[in-house]
Design a protein around this ligand. Sequence first.
Ligand SMILES: [Zn+2]
Length: 397
Amino acid sequence: MTTIRPGARGDDVRDVQTRLAALGYPIDPEEHGVYGNATEGAVREFQQRRQLLVDGLVGEDTWQELVEAGRTLGDRVLYLRYPFYRGDDVRALQARLNLLGFDSGREDGIFGERADLAVRDFQRNVGLVPDGIVGPVTLDALLRLRPVGPGPGRAMVREAEVMSRMSATLDGSRIAVDAGHGPGDPGGVGPTGLSEADATPMMAAALVEELSRRGAEPFLVRAEAAGSSAAERARAANDRGAEILVSLHLNSHDDAKAEGASCFYYGRERYVSRPGQRLAELIQEELTSRLGLKDGRAHPKSLPLLRETHMPAVHVEPCYITNPGEEALIRQDSFRREVARALADAIERFFSPAGSSAPAGDASETAGAISGSGPAPGEQFEHRPQNDTEHDRASSA
Ligand SMILES: [Zn+2]
């Protein structure tokens, strides 16, 4: 293109002025169609704001930037194509995805492979067809999700119910069951020496048995994983296409009297997995009402396994291993079976279509949608504490 410079006049100048005005750099009406001082001043201000070379001329870069700055999310359908879509709409999309916990990479305004993966990840997890196309339905789902913060909690719970459009039943559902501890990773230890590494595999086995009996297809994460780290277990659950994950632990506290059940789902500063929250709350309800355990409630937490798995995932601590009474209970086969039944009841309720409604959207984008699952924490790996005890203390705060 020919560089537009002071003194120029005509349609090109008018185009530049119209774009500048739309971006909040109004031009003196007397200068319309003429590249005068006011226009040059506006161009310089725009260049400065957008971190371009400030020369007061409209060359290729400045023109491109003017075009990109004029893109508003929703103006056009975005998807991965070559050359990449560029613009402030893409930047807004990236920021939105990142804010919600889906890793779309740098907010550079370029719709590349990373953004494509993040969009598909998002779609998959709100039950849309993961086609990578940001049209009205996907955009609506994106904008409807409110990042967690000091804002209204109830509204988000309602959104969670809309989102958790569970069309599946327990029958045939793939459920990842994780014994939170194993060889080389004892976890908390009770007064008579029972460790989480002793107890959680037994709890996991009981849950697998109960879920199998009800027609689900549970699998033990540790048996599938390449190693025992949270990242390796998360990968195993992801690779197997688990619809939900339940990681079993026991709580610990210096005070031997501390007792009861707690549950954790993925959440961080401005984001929570709402389906994860829903599942965690159902589990709390079942554990407390069915077993009479004290309610330590469900909490958001950015634990590595919760963060790196792509399905609604919960970290359950039905009891305190440090409480002598609860440690004794956990040793009982009948109690572990009862815990498994409570968890299975909660999972069954989670999968039940009753009480949840389909998200608004046109049939073409929702047809064939997979069963609902949690907004995936799409971020990079977070360093995992060596001793894996942070979660065990989390609910004692
Ligand atoms: Zn643990």
